[in-house]
Design a protein around this ligand. Structure first.
Ligand code: G3P
Length: 217
């Protein structure tokens, strides 16, 4: 499963990129607002940090204007994935852009039928929001299973990008279902490394090593 980080904080992205485990970045208008920086400038910087797909979202709601904004975004770098909302105009834009060889991430997906439409529109990525579904008392991960089944039934190449990931259990469940990608905030990715028994075990090994009086090399 590919790991994308869901942030526009370039310090966090640099730090996680150093682990060698980061396959891409997703941003959205809320994350750009949180970063407090110029949109095009921050996205350009991110594209220079990671080689994998960097999602940058259009803010227009009609197809013509979405295409104009996408034209600006895709010029930033070859690894831009233009993010469009799952609307009629968004999917029209998706079809046109992927037809021209631009990666497209279709966002704000909440049903398997929406995911089916995105795949038919040639989406590179579909972003179902599991956390926001959990928030309203439904089972977000159920949606991932349904999309996996449908995409496998028809051999759709669209990658399932699990979004709105809030905790490590979401990552685990997504991996068990066979999602292609997950995007999570930096803090959730860092949580994946941790276990108190790892810390305790390491402490004990190092204490015993100290007692041997040896050093390596
Ligand atoms: O990038 C979209 C998505 O991951 C948003 O997550 O936590 O705002 O629902 P959240």
């Amino acid at each position: 499963m590919k790991f994308f980080v869901d942030t526009a904080d370039t310090a966090e992205i640099r730090d996680l990129a150093e682990t060698g485990l980061l396959d891409g970045v997703t941003t959205n208008p809320s994350l750009i607002h949180k970063a407090g920086r110029n949109f095009l400038e921050v996205v350009r910087e991110i594209c220079g940090i990671v080689a994998g797909p960097v999602s940058a979202e259009v803010v227009a709601t009609d197809h013509k204007e979405m295409m104009r904004e996408a034209g600006i975004l895709r010029k930033i770098a070859d690894n831009i994935a233009v993010k469009v909302p799952l609307t009629v105009d968004g999917l029209k834009t998706c079809k046109a852009l992927t037809g021209e060889g631009t990666m497209v991430n279709v966002t704000l997906c909440f049903t398997a039928n929406q995911a089916l439409l995105a795949a038919k529109a040639g989406a590179t990525f579909i972003s179902p929001f599991v956390g926001r579904l959990d928030d309203i008392g439904t089972e977000g991960m159920q949606l991932i299973s349904e999309i996996r089944l449908i995409y496998d039934n028809y051999d759709f190449a669209t990658e399932i990008l699990v979004a709105s990931v809030r905790h490590p259990i979401h990552v685990l469940e997504a991996a068990k279902i066979g999602a292609d990608v997950m995007t999570a905030p930096p803090a959730v990715i860092r949580q994946l490394f941790n276990h108190p028994l790892t810390d305790r075990g390491l402490e004990a090994f190092l204490a015993d090593w100290q007692k041997t009086g040896q050093s390596i090399g």
